[in-house]
Unconditional design. Sequence first.
Lengths: 112, 122
Amino acid sequence: QSVLTQPPSVSGAPGQWVTISCTGSNFNIGAGYDVHWYQQLPGTAPKLLIYRNTNRPSGVPDRFSGSMSGTSASLAISGLQAEDEADYYCQSYDSSLGGPVVFGGGTKLTVL
Amino acid sequence: QLQLQESGPGLVRPSETLSLTCSVSGGAISRDSFYWGWFRQPPGKGLECIGTIYYTGSTYYDPSLKSRVIISVDTSSNQFSLRLRSVTAADTAVYFCARQYRNYEVRYMDVWGKGTTVTVSS
Protein backbone atom coordinates (compact mmCIF):
# COMPACT_ATOMS: atom_id res chain seq x y z
CA GLN A 1 0.00 0.00 0.00
CA SER A 2 1.71 3.18 -1.20
CA VAL A 3 1.42 6.44 0.71
CA LEU A 4 0.58 8.27 -2.52
CA THR A 5 -2.21 6.83 -4.67
CA GLN A 6 -2.00 6.65 -8.45
CA PRO A 7 -4.28 4.90 -10.95
CA PRO A 8 -2.70 1.59 -12.02
CA SER A 9 -3.08 2.39 -15.69
CA VAL A 10 -4.06 5.04 -18.22
CA SER A 11 -4.11 4.95 -21.99
CA GLY A 12 -4.40 7.25 -24.96
CA ALA A 13 -3.96 7.36 -28.69
CA PRO A 14 -1.03 9.07 -30.35
CA GLY A 15 -1.48 12.83 -30.37
CA GLN A 16 -3.96 12.79 -27.48
CA TRP A 17 -3.65 14.34 -24.04
CA VAL A 18 -3.66 12.26 -20.85
CA THR A 19 -3.35 13.01 -17.17
CA ILE A 20 -2.09 10.91 -14.28
CA SER A 21 -3.28 11.75 -10.79
CA CYS A 22 -1.39 11.39 -7.52
CA THR A 23 -3.43 11.64 -4.33
CA GLY A 24 -1.89 12.10 -0.91
CA SER A 25 -2.84 13.42 2.49
CA ASN A 26 -2.26 16.28 4.89
CA PHE A 27 1.07 14.66 5.80
CA ASN A 28 2.50 15.17 2.32
CA ILE A 29 0.90 16.87 -0.69
CA GLY A 30 -1.84 18.49 1.39
CA ALA A 31 0.78 19.98 3.68
CA GLY A 32 2.24 21.84 0.74
CA TYR A 33 5.25 19.64 0.15
CA ASP A 34 6.54 19.47 -3.40
CA VAL A 35 5.68 16.65 -5.78
CA HIS A 36 8.16 15.19 -8.24
CA TRP A 37 7.50 12.85 -11.15
CA TYR A 38 9.62 10.09 -12.67
CA GLN A 39 9.34 8.22 -15.95
CA GLN A 40 10.52 4.62 -16.09
CA LEU A 41 10.79 3.15 -19.55
CA PRO A 42 10.62 -0.66 -19.70
CA GLY A 43 13.73 -2.28 -18.27
CA THR A 44 15.42 0.99 -17.38
CA ALA A 45 16.03 3.16 -14.35
CA PRO A 46 13.64 5.93 -13.31
CA LYS A 47 14.30 9.32 -14.86
CA LEU A 48 13.38 12.62 -13.22
CA LEU A 49 10.60 14.12 -15.33
CA ILE A 50 9.16 16.96 -13.24
CA TYR A 51 10.61 18.42 -10.05
CA ARG A 52 9.11 20.83 -7.53
CA ASN A 53 5.61 20.38 -8.96
CA THR A 54 6.03 22.11 -12.31
CA ASN A 55 9.70 22.25 -13.30
CA ARG A 56 11.19 20.23 -16.15
CA PRO A 57 14.87 19.20 -16.11
CA SER A 58 16.85 20.10 -19.17
CA GLY A 59 15.96 17.84 -22.09
CA VAL A 60 12.42 16.98 -20.97
CA PRO A 61 9.92 18.06 -23.65
CA ASP A 62 7.36 20.71 -22.75
CA ARG A 63 4.67 18.15 -23.62
CA PHE A 64 5.08 17.07 -19.99
CA SER A 65 3.66 19.33 -17.30
CA GLY A 66 2.78 19.12 -13.62
CA SER A 67 0.15 20.76 -11.47
CA MET A 68 -1.10 20.72 -7.89
CA SER A 69 -4.48 21.09 -6.19
CA GLY A 70 -5.17 20.45 -2.52
CA THR A 71 -4.02 16.97 -1.56
CA SER A 72 -3.46 15.91 -5.16
CA ALA A 73 -1.03 16.45 -8.00
CA SER A 74 -1.30 15.67 -11.69
CA LEU A 75 1.05 14.92 -14.53
CA ALA A 76 -0.23 15.89 -17.97
CA ILE A 77 1.19 14.61 -21.22
CA SER A 78 0.07 16.27 -24.43
CA GLY A 79 0.66 15.11 -27.99
CA LEU A 80 1.16 11.50 -26.90
CA GLN A 81 3.94 9.64 -28.66
CA ALA A 82 4.71 5.94 -28.78
CA GLU A 83 7.93 6.51 -26.83
CA ASP A 84 5.92 7.89 -23.90
CA GLU A 85 4.73 4.37 -23.08
CA ALA A 86 6.25 3.81 -19.63
CA ASP A 87 5.54 3.68 -15.92
CA TYR A 88 5.17 7.02 -14.16
CA TYR A 89 5.75 7.58 -10.44
CA CYS A 90 4.98 10.55 -8.22
CA GLN A 91 7.07 11.25 -5.12
CA SER A 92 6.84 13.69 -2.25
CA TYR A 93 8.03 14.43 1.26
CA ASP A 94 5.98 12.94 4.10
CA SER A 95 6.02 14.18 7.68
CA SER A 96 4.51 11.08 9.27
CA LEU A 97 6.52 8.32 10.90
CA GLY A 98 6.74 6.20 7.75
CA GLY A 99 9.67 8.06 6.19
CA PRO A 100 10.33 11.35 4.43
CA VAL A 101 10.56 10.10 0.84
CA VAL A 102 7.35 8.48 -0.36
CA PHE A 103 6.33 7.26 -3.79
CA GLY A 104 3.09 6.53 -5.54
CA GLY A 105 2.48 2.99 -6.67
CA GLY A 106 3.09 3.89 -10.28
CA THR A 107 0.88 4.28 -13.36
CA LYS A 108 1.39 2.31 -16.54
CA LEU A 109 0.78 4.51 -19.59
CA THR A 110 -0.19 2.62 -22.73
CA VAL A 111 -0.12 4.41 -26.06
CA LEU A 112 -2.80 2.75 -28.17
CA GLN B 1 28.11 14.37 -16.76
CA LEU B 2 27.44 12.63 -13.47
CA GLN B 3 27.06 8.87 -13.68
CA LEU B 4 26.29 6.24 -11.06
CA GLN B 5 27.02 2.53 -11.41
CA GLU B 6 25.90 -0.24 -9.07
CA SER B 7 28.00 -3.34 -8.56
CA GLY B 8 27.73 -6.47 -6.47
CA PRO B 9 26.57 -10.10 -6.48
CA GLY B 10 23.39 -10.89 -8.36
CA LEU B 11 22.59 -13.88 -6.17
CA VAL B 12 22.49 -13.95 -2.37
CA ARG B 13 21.59 -16.91 -0.17
CA PRO B 14 18.74 -16.53 2.33
CA SER B 15 19.87 -15.29 5.78
CA GLU B 16 23.11 -13.90 4.32
CA THR B 17 24.12 -10.30 3.71
CA LEU B 18 23.49 -8.38 0.51
CA SER B 19 26.33 -5.99 -0.33
CA LEU B 20 26.27 -3.45 -3.14
CA THR B 21 28.51 -0.54 -4.09
CA CYS B 22 27.64 2.55 -6.10
CA SER B 23 30.52 4.20 -7.94
CA VAL B 24 30.08 7.87 -8.74
CA SER B 25 31.88 9.40 -11.71
CA GLY B 26 31.79 12.83 -13.31
CA GLY B 27 31.39 14.67 -10.02
CA ALA B 28 32.39 14.65 -6.40
CA ILE B 29 30.36 12.73 -3.85
CA SER B 30 31.26 15.38 -1.27
CA ARG B 31 29.07 18.16 -2.63
CA ASP B 32 26.76 20.30 -0.56
CA SER B 33 22.98 19.78 -0.84
CA PHE B 34 23.30 16.36 -2.42
CA TYR B 35 22.68 13.10 -0.61
CA TRP B 36 23.20 9.61 -1.96
CA GLY B 37 20.56 6.94 -1.74
CA TRP B 38 19.64 3.35 -2.29
CA PHE B 39 16.27 2.37 -3.69
CA ARG B 40 14.77 -0.91 -4.79
CA GLN B 41 11.98 -2.22 -6.96
CA PRO B 42 10.63 -5.73 -6.33
CA PRO B 43 9.51 -7.59 -9.45
CA GLY B 44 6.37 -6.01 -10.88
CA LYS B 45 6.14 -3.49 -8.06
CA GLY B 46 6.89 0.14 -7.35
CA LEU B 47 9.86 2.05 -5.98
CA GLU B 48 10.97 1.89 -2.35
CA CYS B 49 13.47 4.05 -0.54
CA ILE B 50 15.99 2.03 1.48
CA GLY B 51 18.01 4.93 2.85
CA THR B 52 20.32 7.82 2.17
CA ILE B 53 23.71 9.12 3.25
CA TYR B 54 25.50 12.46 3.18
CA TYR B 55 29.21 12.67 2.49
CA THR B 56 29.77 13.45 6.17
CA GLY B 57 28.36 10.01 7.02
CA SER B 58 24.96 11.16 8.24
CA THR B 59 22.39 8.50 7.37
CA TYR B 60 18.67 7.93 7.12
CA TYR B 61 17.11 4.47 6.92
CA ASP B 62 13.55 3.47 6.08
CA PRO B 63 11.91 2.38 9.35
CA SER B 64 10.86 -0.99 7.91
CA LEU B 65 14.48 -1.88 7.05
CA LYS B 66 16.38 0.07 9.70
CA SER B 67 17.29 -2.97 11.82
CA ARG B 68 18.99 -4.72 8.85
CA VAL B 69 20.57 -1.89 6.83
CA ILE B 70 23.88 -0.09 6.87
CA ILE B 71 24.80 2.54 4.26
CA SER B 72 28.35 3.85 4.23
CA VAL B 73 30.34 6.33 2.16
CA ASP B 74 33.96 6.40 1.00
CA THR B 75 34.77 9.89 -0.22
CA SER B 76 38.31 8.95 -1.23
CA SER B 77 36.93 6.41 -3.70
CA ASN B 78 33.82 8.44 -4.59
CA GLN B 79 31.65 5.47 -3.67
CA PHE B 80 28.88 4.59 -1.28
CA SER B 81 27.69 1.17 -0.26
CA LEU B 82 24.69 -0.79 0.96
CA ARG B 83 24.68 -3.75 3.31
CA LEU B 84 21.40 -5.52 4.01
CA ARG B 85 21.67 -8.44 6.37
CA SER B 86 19.47 -11.47 7.00
CA VAL B 87 17.92 -11.33 3.55
CA THR B 88 14.85 -13.30 2.51
CA ALA B 89 13.07 -13.84 -0.78
CA ALA B 90 11.18 -10.61 -0.12
CA ASP B 91 14.44 -8.72 -0.66
CA THR B 92 14.64 -9.89 -4.27
CA ALA B 93 14.52 -6.73 -6.35
CA VAL B 94 16.28 -4.41 -8.73
CA TYR B 95 18.46 -2.15 -6.60
CA PHE B 96 19.18 1.40 -7.75
CA CYS B 97 21.55 3.99 -6.39
CA ALA B 98 20.70 7.64 -6.97
CA ARG B 99 21.71 11.17 -6.12
CA GLN B 100 19.19 13.03 -4.05
CA TYR B 101 18.88 16.80 -4.05
CA ARG B 102 17.86 17.92 -0.60
CA ASN B 103 16.93 21.33 0.74
CA TYR B 104 14.89 20.88 3.91
CA GLU B 105 11.69 19.11 2.79
CA VAL B 106 12.48 19.40 -0.90
CA ARG B 107 13.95 16.02 -1.82
CA TYR B 108 14.11 14.46 -5.24
CA MET B 109 16.41 12.09 -7.12
CA ASP B 110 17.93 13.71 -10.17
CA VAL B 111 20.50 11.11 -11.27
CA TRP B 112 20.03 7.35 -11.12
CA GLY B 113 22.22 4.34 -11.72
CA LYS B 114 21.04 1.74 -14.22
CA GLY B 115 20.15 -0.69 -11.46
CA THR B 116 21.29 -4.18 -10.59
CA THR B 117 19.12 -7.25 -10.09
CA VAL B 118 19.59 -9.11 -6.83
CA THR B 119 17.92 -12.46 -6.34
CA VAL B 120 17.70 -14.10 -2.93
CA SER B 121 17.65 -17.84 -3.38
CA SER B 122 19.38 -20.95 -2.16
